[in-house]
Design a protein around this ligand. Sequence first.
Ligand code: NAP
Length: 314
Amino acid sequence: MPATIAFLSRMSAEYQAPYLAALRSALPEETIQPLQALTPAQRALTTIAIVANPAPEDVAALPKLLWIQSLWAGVEQLVAGLPAGSPPVVRLVDPEMSRTMAEAVLAWTYYLHRDMPRYSRQQSMRVWQQHTYRRPSQFAVGLLGLGALGTEAARMLVNAGFVARGWSRSAKTVPGVETFAGEAGLDAVLASSDVVVSLMPLTEQTAGLLDARRLHMMKPGAGLINFSRGPIVVTQDLVAALDRRHLSHAVLDVFDVEPLPDTSGLWAHPAVTVLPHISAPTDHRTAAQVIATNIREFRSSGRIPGHVDMARGY
Ligand code: NAP
């Protein structure tokens, strides 16, 4: 009988329930219990924890832990909260999440490509004015980040006929996509894209990456979509770029502080679309299946699944 798997989360019991139910149904051979339900003897033997916003002291309460499976794809908060020498963190890489994110990138790219913010403003002023149509093949989308989410978004954009450019830390080959790496590569993607989409993790290198200087490098009239993490974009620099109409519109799903405070000027900014972190939610069922595969592989081989490079931060 394998040791009980601990489920660590600061989510409310109501919010946790469907995750626990999906995990138990995907792993009927395992016992999965919230930390509070584990006896001291069970805690002492637990080798795997499944986590969603765990308290660092809850992780520390499991002395034999060998690895931590995150229910989220972004793990910067988890990694930042763990002391040096903590067990490896395996983040969620779920093809269904990649598909959902790619769908969101395509949907909001169309929103900007088909000038929806502009026609909506015109309607509110009863203005009947037609603007030039650009085919997708005349419209370039620059993806910052070509990982699990970025490559699927690139594939969907290419299938829809858009010009897709991608930037990553290491050089990459993605079919149909012009790829770039390094500082010079970023400048080239920013300068040549009609929409720039952030799909990078938040790390020391990416925090504040899209600042006044880099936003200024973007094409006049370009749009920005941030679907990864708020602090990658310097909010006041973005607002300044929108106010002076250098950029036309920003679609933001992620913010420095979430939920976005009532007092934020972004709520009412005419060139900003505010979304409540919904571009690619974790799907309980498919996430549980991905996690079940990871845990079964570990049980049979003893190998910990591919995990986060703590020094790199993702
Ligand atoms: P991933 O597979 O780790 O891919 C990250 C990509 O970013 C990789 O291509 C990586 O380059 C690139 N990158 C990282 N640091 C870089 C840097 N300093 N310069 C240039 N490129 C850099 O991550 P993912 O699964 O695609 O997820 C990306 C992020 O999306 C997550 O970290 C999370 O924050 C966010 N997310 C948001 C939502 C939402 O609902 N809004 C949902 C899920 C995820 P290499 O390929 O060279 O490593």
